[in-house]
Structures are given as structure tokens and as C-alpha cells.
Design a protein around this ligand. Sequence first.
Ligand code: GLA
Length: 386
Amino acid sequence: MDINKLEEIFQDIYGAKSEFCFFSPGRINLIGEHIDYNGGLVFPCALDFGTYALVSLRDDNKLNFTSTNFDLKVCNDLDNLAYNKEDDWANYPKGVIKIMQDKGYKTKGMNILISGNIPNGAGLSSSASLEVLTGVIINNLFNEGKIDRVELVKIAQKAENEFVGVNCGIMDQFAVGLGKTNKAILLDCNSLNYKYADMKLLDYSIVIMNTNKRRALNESKYNERRAECEEALKIIQKEKNVQNLCKLTPEEFDALEHIFTDEKIKNRAKHAVYENDRVISAFDCLNKGELEEFGRLLMESHDSLKNLYEVTGIELDSLVEEALKNDGCIGARMTGAGFGGCAIALVKTDKISSFTDEVRKAYTERIGYKPSFYSSGIGNGTHQIR
Ligand code: GLA
């Protein structure tokens, strides 16, 4: 990102220099998909591309939002923040600010210019990136940086759940807010305990592959999966006192499998239980440098998301299948909510170029349009640059 160029744009729009600059990353999830809302373990990491904000303070109560990514300027009054469909992307920062106000945190008027290099709708958490970014701005500028980072992450999730109306789990905001250079985060979404793991990828790299299928209209499917998991949990709770699906081991689940009459509901629960178990193994493999086994777990995860959880689709499946045909690739899976968006592949670093050529060609032949590929470092969580 060219911050000097961004500064010029800021001055053109607001007629004066910006005072502060912030950055917030996107994220990928290595493994542990669709289980954050089932009390499971997830294993995401923050990317080194994301969302930037230039900010200057105002003497009045006005909030001005502009973005280089969208042709929409939004002006709101701090005393009167409400969801407004026409405000589009600005509802994310507005939601965070509103929730912080409700919690008694200090806010003031600002001019804000946002600029992101996370592809929109690619499932790399551009919205969580923007939410946590807003939380850190309000914390650093008006609350002396005293608000705990996990509290900010919870506020960001609450904004998405209650203000924007998307019923997401906590994984994305957590990865964005607590990411660390070259580390993945093993997060227990039930207790919010977490620990970092070194990304010891040896002579392999993670390649992010974008299906370029827009993830429009997926919120209803996402909410449907959540409801199905709740139904499965109720069925299990008739037999066993468990707080959430991921509290069950695969063996405990197998012993209860017969109580389901609806195959679909059983499959959703089975995915959650086995995926949680895979995360534990994957964390272990990464620590020990057992990358072949780590890659195998990624493939198992994708198969489960395809066959049991049914959130992949032809684009993600084709991308993953073509990736696995390449002899430099030892594992691949969808990442994020699914139904389009991105997949990740574990690829021998010196084979990346032939890998992307081959996968691009084969995917384009099958799907009719090109995928995109990104290589990203594993970066730090949201922070102030200036
Ligand atoms: C989206 C949600 C997350 C998580 C993933 C699936 O990214 O925002 O909370 O549920 O899907 O793992």
C-alpha cells in the first residue's frame, strides 16, 4: 500500500493532512472450519495484507467515512448512529463505534479514509478487518489504549452480529485482532483461551487460491448451518449432558450416532466433532514439522466440508482437486465460510510458479473463468502505524 498516495487522497477529500495511520490484516484459517460457533478449536493466522485507515480529529460530533475501494461517502452524527442500508460498508465501523458508545467508551468526531487490499467477498475477512480496525482507532485515540484486545474483538463480533445482522462466530475478529508475525493462533472458541504456534513450513508455503466466485447470498446458508448444529446439539443433549458439539470426542459421537433420524443433521454434527479433533492433530503436526500429515488433515477437512457439511460447491472443489494433482502440493482445503471465496494449498516453495500455472489452466477450463493466487506473509494483528 502506498501510504503517501493515500495521504494525497486524504488531503484532496478533507482539505488537510491526516494525523494518524492504522493497519488491520485479513486472515486465513488453516483448519477448524465452521466450528467456532460450536465451541470448537480453530487455527487461523493474520495476513500481511489488509485494511488501512488515515484519520484526523474533528472539533464537532461528525463522523466522515470515505474509502478508495467504494465510491460512497458517508457522513453521520456521533449522537445518532443507526444501521442504514444505504451506508453500505460504513455500517461496519458505525456498528463498532455505536457498541463502544453503549459500553461507555469515549468517542469523538473524525475524518476517516479507508483503503484495503483484501479482495472483497473472497472470504479473507475484509469486514472483520475493518471492524477491529475501528475498535483500535477508538481505543488508541480516545480511550488511552486501555481497552483489552480480546474485549475489542468481542465488540467487533457484536457489531457484526447485532448492528450489521450477520450471525458470525468469533474466529475472524480474533485472528485479525491477535495475529502475530509467523504464528498461527490456536483458539478455543468456548473459553477464548489461545496459544500461538510457529508456522514452521520448512520448504513449503501457503498459497491462497481465490475461486473468484462472489460469496453473495451466503448469509442465509451460513445461518442455516448454525441452526442445524443447534438442532443436532439438542438431540445429543437428550442423551448426554454436553455444552456444545465440540465437547464430544469422535468416539463419544460414534456411540451416539444411532440416535439421529435425520442423516443431514447427523452429518453436520459429525463434521463439527471430527473437525475439532483434526485441529488438535494439526496443531501437533505443525509443532513437530510433520507437514505431510498436516497436509493430509487439510484434505480430510475439505472432504468433510464438502460431503458432511456441504459448504464447498463446484468452484472450491475444482480448485482443491486441481491443486492436489500437482506433485508440489501436499494438502489443500477451502478456508472461511465457503460457498465460493478462497482455498489454501500447502505447496513446495520452489514449485509455486508451475503450481499456479497448472491450477489456473485446469480451473479455467472447468469453470470458465480464472482463479487468482496470492502469497502472503503471516503478519501482526491490528496496530497503529503512525
Ligand atoms: C465465517 C465466519 C466465522 C467462521 C467461518 C467458518 O468466516 O465469520 O465466524 O464461522 O465462517 O469457519
